[in-house]
Design a protein around this ligand. Structure first.
Ligand code: ZN
Length: 172
């Protein structure tokens, strides 16, 4: 029947445009949600950056000798240890590739260079140093010695023993 057919197409048209409208609304909503998500992301990253900045400020103050509550200084000490482990990795990698690590800026410098190509700092001479700085693993005796006499051990232990041990690994 004609009427029914018209009705059918009429209804279909209505339904389609309603569906399109709904889809359109859903798309708008979807876009709005995406926008909000990205806004949320941006804000969260800003929070992270600020937390990081606060952490680095505290850490610098810790390094500068400021006293902090135990839970904070423990984290700072952990960071110190991690950074020294990182430095060790970096120097070992550099040594394997025939480079030294610039003590000033951390750049890889060819072993024979007297100066860092990146920052111009003089490089420690790798051939002469090991003789003066032979670090043997005497962890136990070190503590016993320092307990008796001076407390100047800390300065000596912060010097880099990495180069010396790395040099000794050479095989022909
Ligand atoms: Zn440098």
């Amino acid at each position: 029947m004609m009427a029914n057919t018209n009705d059918f197409f009429g209804n279909l048209g209505k339904t389609l445009s309603e569906t399109a409208k709904t889809v359109g609304e859903k798309t708008d909503e979807f876009i709005a949600i995406q926008k909000l998500r990205s806004q949320q992301n941006t804000l969260e990253n800003e929070v992270k950056k600020n937390f990081k900045d606060v952490g680095e400020m505290i850490y610098q103050r810790f390094i500068g000798g400021e006293a902090f509550p135990e839970e904070i200084s423990e984290i700072c000490q952990e960071i110190m240890k991690l950074q020294s482990d990182i430095a060790e990795c970096r120097e070992t990698i550099a040594a394997k590739k025939g480079f030294s690590v610039c003590p000033a800026c951390g750049a890889n410098v060819p072993k024979e260079s007297a100066f860092c190509m990146k920052c111009g700092s003089p490089m420690p001479e790798p051939d002469k140093e090991p003789e003066d700085a032979v670090y043997e693993e005497t962890e136990d005796s070190e503590e016993e010695d320092s307990a008796e006499e001076t407390v100047t051990e800390e300065d000596a232990s912060t010097a880099d023993p990495v180069d010396a041990s790395a040099e000794q690994e050479k095989e022909d």
